[in-house]
Design a binder for this molecule. Structure first.
Ligand code: ZN
Length: 240
């Protein structure tokens, strides 16, 4: 997926469309609708303001559709506010967050809830940090077992077991370094159902044999993960 280019943004506006403009050494124009920044336009250094406005105008219908999709995602998968009683995602379920005062800061799973203990329960940043550490621990605990399950499938026979890395990733669910045989998973996947986690793993495993998204790749993915199209669609409904 795309990542942000140069970091200095300008604002550009045309007929009610306002976009953050990032210029870089790229050769083409691209537009994205993001949940937090809104409309993001990436352009070559030399592109004229008129060309940029024209580009936005021609994509107006697409932009409106994307805005609808982003709004639907935000409704289905709200950004956490880190307050007592709200529901937080864990393995595809929504567990209540319970916050109590105490130190040192920590969070654990107990009795069907995510229980956070922080010095100042009203401080969302303290709660967020404690729960993110819990998510990281759970991802490190669970993902190797999911990987082992996937490798044990008959269709995975002969695939070399990769090194598994788990880390926070901004815009992708996983990646595969085919040459080094390293599969990296987004630790945020721990909020998604085991089926979706296994689907991401199987996608990356298929890359161990087929680097490109070609017919051979999808053939192997279909043997590893029948019904993967539905899982991909479900994953597209939520943010990494
Ligand atoms: Zn891929």
């Amino acid at each position: 997926m795309a990542r942000s280019g140069a970091d200095v943004a300008q604002l550009i506006e045309t007929g009610g469309l306002r976009a953050l403009l990032y210029r870089s050494r790229r050769r083409t124009l691209s537009i994205q609708v993001e949940p937090e920044r809104g409309l993001v336009l990436r352009a070559p250094y030399g592109a004229s303001p008129a060309a940029l406005r024209d580009f936005l105008e021609r994509r107006r219908a697409w932009i409106e559709r994307q805005r609808g999709r982003v709004a639907a995602q935000a409704a289905a998968d709200p950004v956490p506010r880190w307050v007592d009683g709200e529901l937080l995602a864990y393995l595809g379920e929504r567990l209540p967050l319970r916050i109590e005062a105490g130190s040192p800061a920590s969070a654990r799973l107990s009795g069907g809830a995510i229980r956070a203990r922080v010095p100042e329960p009203g401080d969302a940043e303290q709660v967020r940090a404690a729960v993110e550490r819990l998510y990281a621990r759970e991802a490190a605990r669970l993902f190797p077992a999911y990987l082992a399950e996937c490798l044990a499938l008959p269709a995975a026979g002969g695939l070399p077991p990769p090194e598994l890395r788990v880390r926070a990733m901004r815009s992708r669910w996983g990646s595969c370094d085919t040459a080094r045989r390293v599969v990296t998973l987004n630790r945020g996947l721990v909020r998604r159902s085991p089926e979706l986690i296994r689907y991401v793993i199987m996608h990356e495993l298929a890359h161990l044999r087929h680097r490109a998204h070609d017919a051979a790749f999808y053939g192997l993915l279909a043997r590893l993960c029948p019904g993967w199209e539905g899982l991909r669609a479900a994953l597209a409904e939520v943010r990494p």
